[in-house]
Design a protein around this ligand. Structure first.
Ligand code: PBG
Length: 325
């Protein structure tokens, strides 16, 4: 029929033509690889619900980071899983805490690697919520801000190149920004989990980090999946508070949000291709129900096409190998 269809058909015939006119580029430089650190020695434990993803002890994590860097992946985000948890989450800002030690070990092994430190209380609190609780069992926003700021500074002191608050407390970007500025870390950027939804897609991560809330859920501080205008307001506030990079999380069920944030603000934008999105593909791939590699690449392209500049993904190493081949 019409001209345009015919023209695209000519250009679709050959791979070299398709590559030439492809609208979306995906590069290994877009990836941020999440890593989990645990106490102990010589540990490399696979996370049951996330095949191919491991928890590493500090003595092993540097080697894994080196391998990641050699694949061309420029950045990792580090999550610590402490040995002891308490109501105040003191392990989060301990100088010798697990995340602090992991950051040091990775910077030691691969100084060129960009090491991003996730900042949140949920892995460190015995109740599993993202902050300090009031007597009534609700998260105390303002008390939590102090702890988050202290945690951010301790991670910067350990050598973190970037701080990524994932807690969704109000005012945390400003609190962390001013704490970093006051302690000589004004050069350290903040990547905020700006639009973070209360999502069931985090299930496998919570297994990995042993961070499922002991009671209740996170709907009091994370966003309702039915809302997108609200995401724009969250992003705007985080930018006003000083965020350098904003993030939408999860990615796949929120591609419209990624697109709207990119169009409205035009700032560096990250998307978190979260644990549940990874596990679904891995499980169906294992069953032989989908072509795992093709689905993985299609997902990563879709996140890029939606407008993300950076993708936090457990697929980073697998995708890097495919992009290089
Ligand atoms: C909170 C945090 C979570 C994830 C990243 N940072 C869990 C949560 O909010 O419950 C989830 C990432 C994933 O599912 O891959 N520290």
């Amino acid at each position: 029929m019409g001209f345009p269809t015919v023209r695209m058909r000519r250009l679709r015939r050959l791979k070299s033509f398709r590559d030439m006119v492809a609208e979306t580029q995906l590069s290994v430089k877009d990836f941020i690889y999440p890593m989990f650190a645990v106490f102990g020695r010589s540990k490399k434990e696979e996370i049951p619900s996330m095949p191919g993803i491991y928890r590493y002890s500090v003595d092993c994590i540097g080697e894994e980071a080196r391998e990641t860097f050699q694949l061309g992946i420029p950045a990792v985000i580090v999550f610590g899983i402490p040995e002891h948890k308490d109501p105040e989450g003191t392990g989060a800002y301990d100088k010798n805490g697990i995340a602090q030690q992991a950051v040091m070990a990775i910077k030691d092994a691969v100084p060129e690697m960009i090491v991003i430190a996730d900042v949140c209380m949920c892995e460190y609190t015995s109740h599993g919520h993202c902050g300090i609780l009031t007597e009534k069992g609700e998260v105390d926003n303002d008390k939590t801000l102090e702890k988050l700021a202290t945690t951010a500074v301790s991670l910067a002191e350990a050598g973190a190149d970037m701080i990524a608050p994932s807690d969704m407390m109000d005012g945390r970007v400003a609190a962390i920004r001013s704490a970093l500025d006051e302690t000589g870390f004004s050069h350290v950027p903040v990547m905020s989990y700006a639009a973070k939804y209360a999502s069931a897609f985090y299930g496998p991560f919570r297994d990995a980090a042993e961070s499922a809330p002991a009671f209740g859920d996170r709907r009091g501080y994370q966003m309702d999946p039915r809302n997108a205008d609200e995401a724009l307001r969250e992003v705007e506030l985080d930018l006003e508070e000083g965020a350098d990079i904003v993030m939408v999380k999860p990615a796949l069920a929120y591609l419209d949000v990624i697109r709207r944030v990119k169009e409205k603000f035009g700032v560096p934008l990250a998307a978190y291709n979260v644990s549940g999105e990874y596990s679904l593909v891995k499980a169906a791939g294992k069953m032989g129900w989908i072509d795992e590699e093709k689905v993985m690449m299609e997902i990563l392209y879709s996140i890029k096409r939606a407008g993300a500049d950076l993708i936090l993904t457990y697929f980073a190493k697998d995708a890097a190998r495919i992009l290089a081949s």
